[in-house]
Design a protein around this ligand. Structure first.
Ligand code: PRX
Length: 633
């Protein structure tokens, strides 16, 4: 193995400050990690004991039918019981659960008591609209407290929530509603972004026209412009919440540990987005434990996960894990640089944020404005920082560490996925860090890097990142598609979970995640599939065929570039290229809008007709195209 250069990030250790170590929940990693792998059942069983169950489990893990693992079978609970009801019996009843700031500057706060009150009221509304255990409810909202309330209310009555990110658009929303077969959609008139209204209800109306299951729409009033309300179908949230049916007490449905909690659609290698399914019991234990140990959540903390509840990061670490830990969370509606690039730093100072968890793209985006905006603010409340979503480049890591963390706040670079439910490879506050590495596996997580045949590769070599043992937060299946679940995640290596990422381990056992090996593109940390972008492009009447690839982008990490073959009789023009870019934004959402559209006469394909995106990418980057023996004439 080649030794890394002296000044490479692999030899660049950063050690935690003594006060961070002295207050850490976990003071020693190796022995506990070893124990957690030798006996995961007692490790997870002990963690589960910290939460409340209506009925205890028969066993911690049932692995009799892989890859359909069951955690805590026989147990009864409800994640909302542990996130809310449990705290009302303690002093935390009057503790702040959520502090929220809207982009225009409006502020709302909720204690555990008042959050529970709103959740109970809305759960009663849902019940009165006929929502029952096992039904799916689609939530399409901006980043406002009602998003959290709607998710918790659905889970409380035993329904399965399917949250669609508010930045998605017509077709993305329609296909997610259709796949989940939701009868109820919860949306808003609009949301604020960079001082402008994003008209969610208009998008929702267009999406509803494309699917066949929605019967009722509940609309939160956020931005106040005039919108279309269909009589008998659409209801204002505030009207429903003031009816006598929305009483402030509400029964929390007892659920089997393995009952579904939510579906979250995410992009995969091919075709339609996949409905990742998580359950009440295992997901609860896993998100609770990972947040507690990795970010050392304490009662006096002010935790800010700057993601959107519409993605897994927000599900796990804005909504569920902080509440399970009885923490105080901060949530912000809008853009980080609105109205000025100090918005985030002003809020850190204003609310005394102690832990900030965000994505490399946001860090790079704010870094570009220089140090002065951050230096104007007192950021000394910060104790820990976090990163998620894509590999963080060492330059952004060092800026985050020194300019935001003042060389005093360890950065928890957490590697995980929608499918894993929570942190998988991550430092703890006591871990010596290396900029750009997610460091070591979390307790109970057996990670390896293997070659094509499933054998571990040598230190320093790149290979497939796999997980060798089940864990409580793992997805249970793909909604209504168990075969695809088996094939997609367990098809290649049989008894090892295939992450879809490539990685290497260094001489110290630290994991360096390199990136996706499939047709998933991470744009600003958002997970998009080339197939979805392509299908949006070909839904335009001018387009015969399309290919989308991701190319490196300084701020976004990757950006989408599209190649298009026009239908006969259509002329290429800059105007049409612009129209196609806007068409993708309209169908999927602005995050999927291609950087550029190139018109071509043909696309590189295999003889079986598969587009060779690898060839397009190599060509665009001016790199050798590699093996093209399977290329069609
Ligand atoms: O490629 C990895 C990257 O994000 C993918 C998962 O995306 P998603 O399901 O949207 O979940 C993102 C938030 C958990 C992974 O397959 N990824 C996530 N975190 C990291 C990362 N890559 C490197 N370092 C990370 N910390």
């Amino acid at each position: 193995m080649e030794q890394p250069a002296i000044n490479s990030p692999e030899n660049d250790f950063y050690y935690p400050p003594p006060d961070v170590v002295s207050m850490a929940h976990i003071k020693e990693y190796e022995a506990l990690y070893r124990r957690s792998l030798e006996d995961p059942q007692s490790f997870w069983g002990e963690r589960a004991e910290e939460l409340e169950w209506f009925q205890k489990w028969d066993q911690v893990l049932d692995d009799s039918n892989p890859p359909f693992y069951k955690w805590f079978p026989g147990a009864k609970t409800n994640i909302v019981y542990n996130a809310l009801d449990r705290h009302l019996k303690t002093w935390r009843k009057n503790k702040l659960a959520l502090i929220w700031e809207g982009e225009p500057g409006d502020v709302r706060t909720f204690s555990y008591y008042s959050l529970n009150r709103e959740v109970c009221k809305f759960a009663n509304v849902l019940r009165s609209m006929g929502v029952r255990k096992g039904d799916t409810v689609t939530i399409y909202l901006p980043r406002i407290p009602e998003q959290v309330i709607a998710m918790l209310a659905a889970a409380k009555v035993g329904a399965i929530h399917s949250v669609v990110y508010g930045g998605f658009s017509v077709e993305s929303l329609a296909e997610r509603i259709q796949d989940a077969q939701s009868r109820i959609l919860i949306t808003a008139d609009g949301g604020w972004l960079r001082g402008k209204v994003v008209g969610l209800k208009d998008i929702a109306d267009e999406a509803i026209a494309r699917q066949a299951t929605i019967e009722n729409v509940i609309v939160v009033k956020r931005t106040g412009q005039d919108i279309y309300m269909e009589a008998g179908r659409d209801y204002w949230y505030h009207d429903l919440m003031s009816l006598p049916i929305s009483s402030t007490s509400c029964f929390t449905e007892p659920m089997d540990a393995e009952d579904p909690l939510f579906i979250l659609y995410t992009s995969g290698t091919t075709g339609r987005p996949k409905g990742i399914l998580h359950t009440h019991g295992g997901y609860m234990v896993f998100t609770y434990t990972t947040l507690k140990y990795v970010f050392d959540i304490k009662d006096e903390d002010r935790w800010w996960c700057a993601a959107d509840p519409g993605w897994i990061t927000g599900h796990s670490y804005i909504v569920y894990a902080p509440l399970l830990n009885g923490a105080t969370s901060f949530m912000y509606e809008g853009a980080p640089n609105h109205p000025y690039p100090n918005r985030w730093w002003r809020m850190v100072e204003n609310y005394g944020i102690t832990i900030l968890y965000t994505a490399p793209t946001a860090i790079r985006g704010l870094m570009r404005f220089g140090d002065a905006w951050a230096k104007r603010h007192d950021l000394s409340s910060l104790r820990l920082l976090g990163s998620v979503g894509e590999p963080i480049n060492p330059e952004a890591w060092r800026w985050y560490y020194s300019v935001i963390g003042k060389d005093n706040c360890p950065i928890m670079d957490t590697w995980w996925q929608t499918e894993t439910g929570g942190f998988m490879i991550t430092p703890l506050p006591i871990t010596p860090l290396k900029p750009g590495s997610a460091t070591r596996p979390f307790f109970g997580i057996d990670v390896d890097v293997v070659n094509e045949d499933g054998h571990p590769v040598a230190a320093g070599e790149e290979g497939y990142l796999v997980i060798k043992k089940p864990w409580p937060g793992m997805l249970r299946t793909l909604y209504r598609d168990p075969d695809r679940y088996r094939e997609q995640y367990w098809g290649k290596f049989g008894d090892m979970y295939q992450t879809g990422d490539s990685a290497r381990k260094d001489q110290d056992g630290y994991v360096w995640v390199i990136g996706r090996m499939d047709d998933v593109i991470k744009v600003s940390g958002y997970r998009l599939g080339t197939a979805e972008v392509e299908s949006a492009l070909v839904s335009h009447p001018a387009v015969a065929e399309a290919a989308a690839i991701g190319l490196p982008h300084e701020i976004k990490g990757n950006a989408i570039h599209a190649f298009v073959i026009l239908r006969a009789g259509r002329e290429q023009s800059d105007k049409l290229a612009e129209e196609l870019r806007n068409h993708v934004a309209h169908e999927m959402g602005p995050i999927a809008k291609p950087e550029d559209v190139t018109f071509v006469d043909s696309l590189p394909k295999t003889r079986s007709g598969k587009i060779m995106r690898r060839v397009l990418k190599a060509r665009a980057l001016g790199q050798p195209v590699g093996d093209i023996s399977t290329l069609e004439e």
